[in-house]
Ligand binder design. Structure first.
Ligand code: ATP
Length: 342
């Protein structure tokens, strides 16, 4: 389903849970709504579902305004973090639930449930009750139940939050495969950046009621449009006054800009080790930490402190070493502008 949201605003009392949120989602995409707790992700999902009405703004499905359409008329499937399976119903009956509501024939229901049981790898568990299943199996039943009536949009609210880390990792790759196979537009809420980056076609970063950025995981990582996004996705160093970076004259291009630099875009070397020494800053190693796959180097540049990574193949650095620091990419932000320099 093709979805458009225009200027969605929603308050609870005097608290604005979403502020002027606009986006467009293409049919068949898997979208991750990502951001810190309380940012408004669930509120956006609930407005799409029809469980919450926006105070202002419009929601369009296939170009049709659905603002006042009740949830059951929107062609949506849901999965919530707390499984929400019917406890006294078998796996079969749980999956059949939406089909029964649609008053499909017994034969049709049986065929569709069987199809889903195969698709989700739940064969042999049809007669079990939810408490006789593992967390991962329950989530697969919830998924099968949600897609059984062939919804055009699937909404998942932290679907893996209650599941332990290892199974969660398996489930999310499983989910991506499933969704690719059934080709249904899916939006899932998560506050786990790794989860969003790994499975989503596109990510929407939600913070304090606002949509900070929408893009593919790689776009969001490489071209963050706000300092919040730069800090939230990946690791970063912050430099309060970008003009202190002498090796980057262009850092003065935006007035009063802060700079954000990812540690993986910083090269730290002993004298003579780095190319382009004239573009390098001069710093002093403050601390060196072993990270298993590389060294983390903490280095001071004048009054600023940065951390960077260094290969284990290179000679080890020590606190007090004078080093050259080459910055390969930095992000500049002030109130109204942002710029990526390389
Ligand atoms: P989490 O990751 O913790 O689920 P979220 O990003 O999904 O957070 P929301 O659940 O959308 O955030 O909540 C956004 C804000 O709106 C929160 O501060 C929350 O307390 C508030 N809120 C949500 N629903 C209601 C409600 N029905 N009444 C009052 N406040 C609400």
């Amino acid at each position: 389903m093709h979805i458009v949201a225009k200027h969605l605003t929603k308050s609870f009392g005097s608290f604005q849970a979403t502020k002027d949120v606009s986006f467009e989602i293409e049919k068949g995409k898997l979208i991750g709504l990502l951001g810190p707790s309380g940012g408004g992700k669930t509120t956006i999902l609930r407005m799409l579902a029809g469980l919450e009405e926006p105070d202002s703004g419009d929601i369009l499905f296939h170009g049709q305004k659905v603002n006042s359409l009740p949830p059951q008329a929107r062609g949506i499937g849901f999965v919530f973090q707390s499984y929400a399976l019917f406890r006294h119903m078998s796996v079969f009956d749980n999956i059949a639930f939406g089909l029964t509501v649609q008053k499909r024939s017994k034969a049709q229901i049986k065929q569709r449930v069987q199809e889903l049981i195969e698709l989700t790898g739940l064969g042999g568990l049809e007669k079990r009750l939810p408490h006789q299943l593992s967390g991962g199996q329950r989530q697969r039943v919830a998924f099968a139940r949600a897609i059984a009536p062939e919804p055009q949009l699937l909404l998942l609210d932290e679907p893996f939050a209650a599941i332990d880390a290892k199974v969660r990792k398996e489930l999310r790759t499983w989910l991506k495969e499933m969704i690719d196979r059934v080709g249904i537009t899916t939006i899932f809420v998560t506050h786990d950046q790794e989860e969003a980056v790994e499975v989503a076609d596109q990510i929407m970063i939600i913070n304090q009621g606002r949509l900070e950025q929408q893009g593919t995981p790689i776009e969001i990582y490489k071209q963050p449009e706000t300092p919040f996004v730069a800090n939230f996705i990946g690791e970063s160093n912050q430099i309060g006054d970008a003009t202190t970076l002498k090796g980057f004259p262009a850092a003065g291009a935006i007035e009063g800009a802060k700079a954000i630099i990812r540690p993986e875009f910083i090269e730290v070397g002993l004298p003579g080790e780095l190319p382009y020494p004239s573009a390098a800053e001069q710093g002093v190693v403050k601390n060196v930490y072993f990270r298993g796959t590389n060294w983390q180097i903490e280095v001071t540049l004048g009054s600023e402190k940065l951390f960077a990574y260094r290969s284990l193949e290179l000679p080890q650095l020590h606190a007090g070493d004078r080093v050259s620091v080459l910055i390969h990419r930095l992000y500049l932000f002030n109130e109204d502008e942002h710029l990526t320099l390389e």
